[in-house]
Design a protein around this ligand. Sequence first.
Ligand code: CO
Length: 466
Amino acid sequence: MRKVQITETILRDANQSLMATRLPFDDFAPILAKMDEAGYYSAECWGGATFDSCLRYLNEDPWERLRKIRAAMPNTRLQMLLRGQNLLGYKHYHDDVVEKFVELSIKNGIDVIRIFDALNDFRNIKTALEATKKYGTQRTVASGCISYTQSPVHTVEKYVAMCKELKAMGFDTICLKDMAGTMSPAEAESLIKGIKDAVGDMPLVLHTHCTTGMAYMTVTKAVESGIDVIDCATSCFSNGTSQPATETLYYALSQAGIETGLNEKVINEVNDFFKPIKQKYIDSGTLNPKSMATDAQALVYKVPGGMLSNMIANLTDMHAMDKFEAALAEIPAVRKDLGYPPLVTPLSQMVCNQAVTNVLLGERYKQISKEVKNYFRGEYGIAPAPVSKELEEKILGEGGKPIDCRIEDQKRTGEELAAAKAALGDLAESEEDLMSYICFPPQAEAFLKARKEQRERVTTYSITEA
Ligand code: CO
């Protein structure tokens, strides 16, 4: 019997896409043991935004959150999303930091590490892959991930060549990451058939979003074309900018005679559990109804779900929502100037922020962000297509050239870890604390300070009591 397995994304991408990752651990803790019986291929539960949100908004130690999920779900593969050499943030870290981060992720409970680079510059995912192989256990899966996008330079042949490269590098599976939900059924068919012809023995995963309304058709075509795993979200947290619904796919696949391995009763119970939680965040305004709608405009703007909801949040904060349409319309122009980078973090933010700046200042590139300047210096890797010469000259000066090696090749090993130790002093109680600080310095420092103060209060209290 043909088998297509499902990854459940409620603990990461679904809540990231719909409600900016503001789901605290305590909200979903009671359902984890039940989720462990569902029969998912994996449960995606960790990644850049989760980590950041834990420290910044939820006052949670992201590592502790992971350990608690691990303890409650011993039978399910836990999955994370790793931005290659960027780890969880926007800058490139040195190889020793990347290696340590991967080691600790596996040690704290991660099984599937989905590794991607925003530009599909695979020099940037090599270190994370090697570390996964070095520290991985029998259940560890290194998944090589391609940031899917459409542009004049992104052809089926180019994607097939990327898959061959991922296979040669030693990845266990390949994931197509369609973060904007712009992959059409026809594109899925030619792409997946092409990939299966070339590297058919490797399990192929499709990650998409319902943003544009195409996901169910695309997933159906992907299944017909030979996909092995699809990412879905429990139905009350599905659709809109999130993934297609787990239960819906379960029924559709079952009726087509395809085995998913899912337990029907359990996946329905999981959804029943999350229904009131969703309502709570709609009532509080954390879940913006706008992100639950279908927006076919993304087919023009190629804007991923998380980016769209962040842009709405930022413009609302600046009382500039009247510039929403204009900022959306500016995105394709900025993207062309940058050589058609896929719109995935951190490039989605770079392109989005620059487009917003261009619109708010009423002039293109009057102000250029540090990130865009670094991009032109080659610090993020090689752009998929030639960048705007005019903008390059404006940033690098006449005759200026971007670097031709990985940016981290110019750094000294040990530098970042030593700096973190020096900055934190006794605030850091573990290597995990140091990693939190390296990834998100101000947020981690504030969190660790609060943790220390809280412990001191507890200690003082118990001494007084005694
Ligand atoms: Co996604």
